[in-house]
Design a protein around this ligand. Structure first.
Ligand code: HEM
Length: 491
């Protein structure tokens, strides 16, 4: 049964698109002469399977570098059924991030089916500015400073429940649980419990489907993702209705959570700034964008610190100084986070070495030139972070973990758009500050309560599509005795 479904899926995924491609080939407009070098591979399939395979075997960086060595920093290929130009290097990154008029943030169609048609990743022009501005209202520092105490409470509760008293833990699933708890509390006001757990399962399946072959047949990752997305959407619609009622009764305010904030925004005529569909789609996209990325960062920080006792010792000192200025059990504040400079440098260096987002796509809205080549209208542009992050001419000894590169917050001598873990330009990660807050708060309690040793000597990871360390990073824990006292937290 499962085998025949697989065969049908393969036929649908490979043969049908080939037929479609052959039927529509004659209608294609002539291609410009100065296309970038590179092969388009097999019709429709192109290099998609090769890239996905390389990501799963942790050789995607090498795969991309192989193309750069062969064709140069600008090359053409075909990914997910669309002709694509791969762009690498700081100048190319800058071009991608600052060419909003010519390169739209258009995800493959399958992603829009999962995340909705009105999400920030699908919109352009005034709609995009309106949605981005609305999300910024919630994600801006002035707002986030109010949430430090709530995040502090989530972190301490998580460590008490899932780390305290254990001799060994597996880091990746725990960090996913923690960041999902934080983000679902702040975005939707969801308390710990089975609704939150069920939603976490749905979002895990949603993420799996986003980089899967988009075949909507039983037992495919894509079908599971669509189903989970529909279920998550129903829950968010219910939460949106309930939040609206609570706002009307004065039981919630604009700063309660993201949904309350978006519902409270009005245009100059007093009409709601966002429709309910836009609120739900953008809450979905913010959760997807913010959950796995932060958990990957925290997991790989734990991994790097296990191998770097000097950096860990310096971080412990930084956090003991912060703790020394507080009453026992008092929650962290925004001002405390400003003192955790070394910890943020460690985070940035971890992001340089293991950027959670391997790269992303744009779509050319018109024929556009870069480096003497034409990128035709309708083609995808694929930017990747790792090639720049591992360029020895920008980052000396690029494979070395060296947080001092980020002494002033950004790599001192690097050209603009060399460090692109958060993207860049007007579409730079909208949740960068949010990520900083949850990372610093988590690390504060982690390094003061535990020491750890890696259980696996082999230091590898796969991308599926997010980086995932071998076996989820099992570690042996040593408790060093700074117990949590949640009772006194500001939460
Ligand atoms: C370590 C953590 C994170 C990393 C590495 C990261 C990385 C990125 C990157 C690279 C982009 C830009 C993609 C592109 O230009 O193609 C992006 C966009 C975005 N991120 Fe993050 N992110 C992180 C955490 C978060 C968090 C915590 C949130 C929300 C709470 C968030 C919300 C968003 C949103 C909404 C966008 C879309 C912005 C737009 O399209 O204008 N991210 N992120």
């Amino acid at each position: 049964m499962a085998f025949s479904v697989l065969v049908i899926a393969l036929i649908a995924a490979i043969v049908l698109p080939v037929i479609l491609h052959l039927r529509t080939r004659g209608n294609n407009k002539p291609r410009p002469a100065n296309l970038p070098p590179g092969s388009m591979g097999l019709p429709v399939i192109g290099q998609s399977l090769a890239l996905l395979r390389a990501m799963r075997s942790n050789t995607a960086d090498r795969w991309i570098q192989g193309r750069v060595a062969r064709y140069g920093p600008v090359s053409k290929l075909s990914l997910f059924g669309t002709p694509t130009v791969l762009l690498t290097g700081p100048a190319a990154n800058k071009f991608v991030f600052f060419s909003d008029d010519a390169l739209a943030m258009k995800q493959p169609r399958s992603v829009a089916m999962i995340l909705g048609e009105r999400s920030i990743s699908e919109l352009a022009g005034d709609d995009l500015r309106r949605i981005r501005g609305a999300l910024a209202e919630f994600l801006k520092p002035d707002m986030l400073r109010k949430y430090v105490g709530r995040i502090d409470g989530e972190v301490r509760r998580h460590l008490d429940e899932s780390w305290a008293g254990r001799r060994a833990v597996t880091v990746m699933p725990l960090m996913k649980r923690l960041t999902f708890g934080i983000i679902s509390s702040l975005l939707f006001g969801l308390a710990p419990g089975h609704v939150r757990d069920a939603l976490a399962g749905d979002f895990a399946r949603i993420a799996e489907g986003m980089w899967a072959i988009p075949v909507d047949l039983p037992f495919t990752a894509f079908r599971r993702s669509l189903r989970s997305s529909a279920r998550a959407r129903r829950l968010l619609e219910k939460i949106t209705r309930e939040t609206k009622a609570r706002l009307e009764r004065g039981e919630a305010s604009r700063s309660s959570d993201l949904i309350a904030c978006l519902l409270s925004l009005a245009d100059e005529r007093g009409a709601p700034l966002l429709s309910e569909e836009e609120i739900v789609d953008n809450a979905m996209v913010t959760l997807v964008a913010g959950n796995d990325t932060s958990s990957v960062l925290l997991t790989f920080m734990v991994r790097h610190l296990a191998n770097d006792p000097d950096t860990l010792a310096a971080m412990v000192q930084e956090h003991e100084e912060v703790a020394g200025s507080k009453v026992d059990g008092e929650a962290l504040t925004w001002e405390d986070l400003g003192k955790m400079k070394l910890t943020w440098r460690v985070a940035l260096e971890t992001l340089r070495l293991v950027p959670p987002l391997f790269g992303n796509f744009r779509r050319a809205t018109k024929d556009v030139e870069f480096d003497g080549f034409t990128i035709p209208r309708g083609w995808q542009v694929f930017w990747v972070s790792s090639v720049t992050h591992m360029d020895a001419s920008i980052f000396h000894e690029p494979a070395k973990f060296d947080p001092s590169r980020f002494k002033d917050g950004s790599p001192a001598t690097a050209p603009p758009c060399s460090f692109v873990a958060f993207g860049g330009g007007p579409r730079i990660c909208a949740g960068m500050e949010f990520a900083r807050v949850e990372t610093l708060v988590t690390m504060h309690y982690l390094v003061r309560r535990f020491r750890w040793k890696l259980c696996c000597k082999e230091n590898t990871f796969v991308r599926d599509p997010m980086p995932s360390p071998l076996h989820g990073l099992p570690i042996e824990l040593e408790h060093i005795g700074v117990a949590s006292s949640l009772g006194k937290s500001a939460c």
